[in-house]
Design a protein around this ligand. Structure first.
Ligand code: SAH
Length: 245
């Protein structure tokens, strides 16, 4: 089955871009995924091909019009989930990437300027997705990120089929650190355990490293992993309330 990607954008020339190279590029040429771009401007109705207008209520910048976006969205005939790149969306996770990669494909709406008229999210089944807590100038880079994450999971795309399974986030932890030859570099050696050939010790060391690194670098992931935030049963007092009595 071919994973069908459709990108709705004002800049179709940005695609496939980096996804035309390396693993994704080869997979595209081999037909493991397909890519179609839709120029949002083609759905404008005036002679200037206008797609945006000034923000209601005032303020800087321009907003993409809901009626134009809807016409572009309605042109997607594949039965695929439709995502919209937006910093106001749910943060993209490896779990969501896995779901998407297991499906028939995805259509991605790329914003520009100040973003979309909010009514598009009520008027069409569009899922807003963010790639992180920072602002890009447009959704195209986000679409490339999302597609890259999906494509590497498609059957036959990654060289070693197993290499996806131990990655960071797959287990809820960051991945353990890697080393390779030379054994000594600038006075630093590869940890002895990794050279021991003792697979049980190596596995234990890797698990401990993954846990330590996650705890120190990503307390948010660590908290979820350990279930540390135990919700008090309803009606129970929070421990800090005891302090006040
Ligand atoms: N004014 C908006 C930002 C608009 S940036 C706000 O503050 O929420 C222009 C476009 O870039 C957005 O419509 C979106 O498509 C894309 N974009 C910017 N940051 C993004 C992010 N973190 N994740 C996904 N898309 C993003």
């Amino acid at each position: 089955m071919t994973f069908a990607a459709t990108v709705l954008t004002l800049y179709p020339e940005m695609f496939p871009g980096p996804l035309g190279t390396s693993l994704a590029g080869r997979a595209l040429r081999e037909g493991k995924w397909s890519l179609q771009t839709t120029q949002i401007r083609d759905f404008a109705t005036d002679k200037h091909r206008t797609v945006d207008d000034t923000p209601a209520g005032g303020g800087a910048g321009m907003v993409l019009r809901a009626d134009i976006l809807a016409a572009a969205i309605d042109s997607v005939t594949d039965p695929v989930p439709i995502l919209a790149m937006s910093p106001r969306g749910a943060p993209l996770t490896q779990a969501r990437v896995r779901e998407l990669a297991a499906g028939p494909g995805v259509a991605i709406l790329c914003g520009r300027f100040e973003g979309f008229d909010e009514r598009i999210f009520a008027g069409r089944a569009v899922e807003p997705v963010s790639i992180g807590d920072y602002i890009l100038s447009g959704g195209e880079m986000g679409a490339l990120v999302l597609l890259d994450a999906c494509i590497r999971l498609l059957p036959g795309v990654m060289g070693a089929a197993l290499s996806g399974d131990e990655e960071s986030f797959e287990s809820g932890l960051l991945e353990y650190p890697h080393y390779t030859r030379p054994v000594e570099w600038e006075g630093r050696t590869i940890p002895e355990v990794l050279r021991s050939g003792d697979h049980a010790r190596i596995a234990a060391w890797r698990k401990a490293q993954a846990e330590t690194d996650t705890r120190l670098r990503r307390p948010d992931l660590w908290e979820r992993y350990t279930g540390a935030r135990v919700q008090p049963p309803s009606g129970a007092r929070h421990p800090s309330e005891d302090d006040k009595t």
